[in-house]
Structure formats: structure tokens, C-alpha cells
Design a protein around this ligand. Structure first.
Ligand SMILES: [Zn+2]
Length: 313
């Protein structure tokens, strides 16, 4: 059990961490309290160091700009949304040279964006619809552990991470011929690039981004890879500013993105064409004294586009 002095340090640490008062005051079951004390006792010095660093940083910011925190606390207007890997070596703000308030951030293992990930989709929705960010960056990096795992771990390995990286493994399988020509680090880094392309495509085809482009909201999507060796960001995809860009990009890169440019893109094109036909049909009917009622699509003499293909990636 900790000594009286240790107990006082523990109490201060818990107070600094805003732990519930019940824990800080020691009014917890003996067994639970002992576990907490042991844990916080062993990490106490490091935590104190973190708090000291934070205090110093806060003071330096206030000295250089007395209104710094006041301005930040009242408004958030970043131009950038960063979607990157959780890897500790790839900090968004620092490597972009941007400070607090300038980047909205979403990070996860392997910088994966799927349309059924409510975390990522909510983040994109808030960033695009509310904050009106002008740029979305999808960033992967060299020597990524998630990408390595997708190359090496058997599909049947029972772990949550292994389930999570299924999207990267799928990208691996669809580009297996190109990947087989490489070995070691080069193979890992090439799959990281394929993964970035896939996630860029996923961002571009998600409903929020499609709606923003349809409303002519300025929004560019970028795919970049970060090299741990020299700290440099390099573009993997050209900036994509709308559906025409995406279509051109997919065609231009068909050899690389043929698995991406199929069903989902076809569905979006189909729905766009359908909407245009509906709009044209409504406009034509405005000039007719007794408009015919009936199926909206049937009112157009123009041929309908083909149906969308198979399920999305
Ligand atoms: Zn990573």
C-alpha cells in the first residue's frame, strides 16, 4: 500500500486528471482503490511531466499572444480535414506546419474510410457540412503496421485489428499481380499507396461529399503518403474537386483503380443522370397547359441510363 506521502501525490494526480471526486477522495472499495493507486503510483512521475509540459506550453502561447486561447475557444474554422493513421510518428498538425484550430482530424489504424464506419462518416459530415472545410487529406505512410498486417496476417487470425484491416486486405487481393513484383518494404509501401487511393475514392463517393459537390461547395480531396525516412509528404492522387475529376481520374488510372471505378461510380452517375432528366422533364411540363400526369421518368423522351452495377466496395 502507498505511504501517506504517496497517497497525497495520488490525490493530486487524480485531481489534475479530473477524476470523479469519489475516486479522488478515496471513497472507493478497498480492492479497486488499491489497483488505482498502484497504477497511478507507477505512472505518476511521467504524468506530472506531461502536466508540466502542458503548463509551460500554455504559458508560452499566452505570452506570445494573450488572446490565443480566447480566440480558439470561441471559433473553430479549419480549412483542412485530415484523415490519417493512428501511428504516433505521423502527427497531422506538426508535419503540415499548422497549429491548433487549423486542422480537423480523424485518425484510425490504417487510415481507413468505409461508408459503414459511422465514426469516419460523422467526422466527414461535420467537417464538410458544418465547418465547411475546403480540403480533405487522406494520408497513409511508409512502413505502416496495418498495411504490413494485411500482407502477412492470415485472414483467419482471430483479432479485432485483423477484422478492421479487411479493407486493406481486399485492396491487396485486387492488386496482387502488381504487389507480387515487389518485396519487403517496397511491397508494403506500394500497398499503402493502393490503400490511399481506395480511401480517397471512398471519401469522394460518400454521400456528404457528393452532396457538397452537387451544391457547388468548394471541396478538394487529396491522397498523400508520408515518408518516415525524410518526413516528406508526397501526392499519390491528383486533387479531386468534383465528380468530373473523379471520373477522369478513375479512367486515367484504370489499371490501378479498376476495382474502384466500377459499381459505385456507375451508381452515382446513374443517379446524377436520373436527376437531370427529372429536372428537364419538370421544366418542359411548366410550359404545357394540361400536363400529363404519370411516371416522371416516362415523361422524358431521352433514353434512360443503364442500371447501376453490383454492390459498392
Ligand atoms: Zn499506419
Amino acid at each position: 500500500m502507498p505511504t501517506g506521502r504517496d497517497s497525497e501525490r495520488l490525490r493530486l494526480t487524480l485531481s489534475n486528471l479530473d477524476m470523479p471526486e469519489r475516486l479522488a477522495s478515496g471513497r472507493v472499495p478497498l480492492q479497486c482503490s488499491s489497483v488505482l493507486m498502484e497504477h497511478y503510483h507507477t505512472s505518476d512521475d511521467k504524468m506530472q511531466t506531461v502536466l508540466e509540459h502542458n503548463k509551460r506550453w500554455s504559458n508560452e502561447k499566452k505570452e506570445s499572444d494573450p488572446s490565443f486561447f480566447h480566440k480558439l475557444s470561441n471559433i473553430q474554422a479549419p480549412e483542412w480535414l485530415w484523415i490519417g493513421c493512428s501511428d504516433s510518428r505521423v502527427p497531422a498538425n506538426q508535419l503540415m506546419g499548422l497549429g491548433p484550430g487549423e486542422v480537423f482530424v480523424q485518425r484510425n489504424v490504417g487510415n481507413i474510410v468505409t461508408h459503414h464506419d459511422m465514426n469516419a462518416m460523422s467526422c466527414i459530415e461535420y467537417a464538410v457540412s458544418v465547418l465547411k472545410v475546403k480540403h480533405i487529406i487522406v494520408c497513409g505512410h511508409h512502413n505502416c503496421g496495418a498495411v504490413k498486417a494485411a500482407l502477412e496476417l492470415p485472414h483467419t487470425t482471430p483479432s479485432l485489428v485483423n477484422l478492421w484491416i479487411q479493407d486493406i486486405r481486399d485492396t491487396r487481393d485486387r492488386n496482387i499481380e502488381q504487389l507480387r513484383k515487389l518485396q519487403g518494404q517496397a511491397q508494403v509501401n506500394r500497398l499503402a499507396e493502393f490503400n490511399i487511393m481506395r480511401q480517397v475514392f471512398s471519401v469522394c463517393t460518400c454521400p456528404v461529399v457528393q452532396a457538397a459537390w452537387a451544391a457547388d461547395q468548394p471541396l478538394s480531396v487529396h491522397g498523400v503518403i508520408y515518408a518516415l525516412e525524410d518526413g516528406r509528404l508526397r501526392e499519390v492522387t491528383q486533387p479531386i474537386t468534383g465528380l468530373p475529376d473523379l471520373e477522369r481520374y478513375a479512367d486515367h488510372k484504370r489499371g490501378v483503380m479498376k476495382h474502384l471505378s466500377g459499381a459505385l461510380l456507375t451508381r452515382i452517375q446513374f443517379e446524377r443522370q436520373l436527376k437531370r432528366l427529372q429536372t428537364e422533364s419538370s421544366t418542359q411540363e411548366e410550359g404545357v397547359e394540361e400536363p400529363e400526369l404519370g411516371p416522371l421518368i416516362g415523361a422524358s423522351s431521352k433514353p434512360l441510363p443503364g442500371p447501376p452495377g453490383e454492390a459498392s466496395p
